[in-house]
Design a protein around this ligand. Sequence first.
Ligand SMILES: CC1=C(CCC(=O)O)c2cc3nc(cc4[nH]c(cc5[nH]c(cc1n2)c(C)c5CCC(=O)O)c(CCC(=O)O)c4C)C(CCC(=O)O)=C3C
Ligand SMILES: [Fe+2]
Length: 408
Amino acid sequence: MDNSEHTPPVIGASAAAVGGAERVEVPVRYDAILLAGFGGPEGQDDVIPFLRNVTRGRGIPEERLEEVATHYRHFGGVSPINDHNRQLKAALEEELDRRGIDLPVLWGNRNWTPYLGEALDEAKERGFTSLIAIATSAYSSYSSCRQYREDLWGALDASGTHGEITIDKVRQFFDHPGFVTPFIEGVDEAVAALEDELGTSDIGERVEVLFTTHSIPTADAERSGPRDRDYGHGGAYAAQHNAVAEVVMLAVEQRRAGRSAERPAGAPSTPIPWQLVYQSRSGAPSTPWLEPDINDAIAALPAAGRNGVIVVPLGFVSDHMEVMWDLDNEARETAADNGLRMIRVATPGTHRAYVSGLVDLVLERRDGVPAAERPAMTALGPWSDVCRPACCENARLGFRPALAGVAP
Ligand SMILES: CC1=C(CCC(=O)O)c2cc3nc(cc4[nH]c(cc5[nH]c(cc1n2)c(C)c5CCC(=O)O)c(CCC(=O)O)c4C)C(CCC(=O)O)=C3C
Ligand SMILES: [Fe+2]
């Protein structure tokens, strides 16, 4: 269905307030928060139907599906992701309660039950008409932003609640302090541990930090973010990750300098080198995806004189299957094969700063906080509240209607 000619200027609860701008700086009344997750199988019988849901129309080869199915089968057919979202929902409810904010949290997934549509059924039953969505994904790209917006639109369509229920979505939060702080703490702890283990404060020569995120087709990466801005190779997706990684390393170097100032030997001389790498590539081998692959990057480290690696899952909000399998299993094996000590940093999960930051993101929309007062740790942010036409469009599928966007 092509809604481009029929949609109001902004599709969502704040439609009337915006009139074509990318930011919503007026208060909006919300009845509830909608936590929009990815979803995952909860038993062996769920695995194949789940994988079909995820890859429908995506051109993922059958062999790749069979391979990924074995990852889930290894863990009894259960992804940890639904439990993560149950825990995140509970943590959000606790934080809202602590702050005296009366906003119920509904939860629905893109790819497995409870589906987004079930959350909308609940909204309908409880008489909620104005929702603010939090998608469990921090960056801009088709898979990490627009697909959530499209599926929310689709869920409204399917439940016949278009016009009855409106949904806004909090901005992409890659550079929100709530999301970034857990990574700073995690990398700092890993650096301190390696300082102890490797017996030197000058580990800049011996250790490398690999920030890792989900690879995506380069054609999708080029289309990530607003289409009229040039973010260079990898589009807004890569630019956002690089900007956050830089901020994390700056904070970590500061803490490192603070630690070594307490030692008689003085400050360390070499900053710890880092790079952005990619993982979990699928798709046909002939389709280009973002590189380098984390395993290739790890294998190249010994030749650069490294004997330790810190792996930072910067692209992920919880320790789900991509983290458990592709990092804790595969990347760890690659590191061991190459004689490298590896530390894998934690994802935000239900870190206090993260949970509290998500509530702040909801409140900045509810209260219409001016953009200038919104926290952002990189020059790219604070990201927009509503996306412009064709933002993060899928390279193969082209236009599909989505929520929380400005109509053409
Ligand atoms: C950018 C990105 C994120 C981060 C943003 C976000 O978090 O949303 C992410 C998250 C996740 N991806 C997940 C699982 C899968 N992703 C797949 C496939 C794909 N992911 C892609 C990208 C991303 N994926 C892409 C471009 C594909 C190719 C197919 C397509 O174009 O859509 C496949 C199919 C098999 C395969 O090809 O690997 C599976 C099973 C799970 C759940 C894990 C669990 O169960 O614990 C999570 C959180
Ligand atoms: Fe994925």
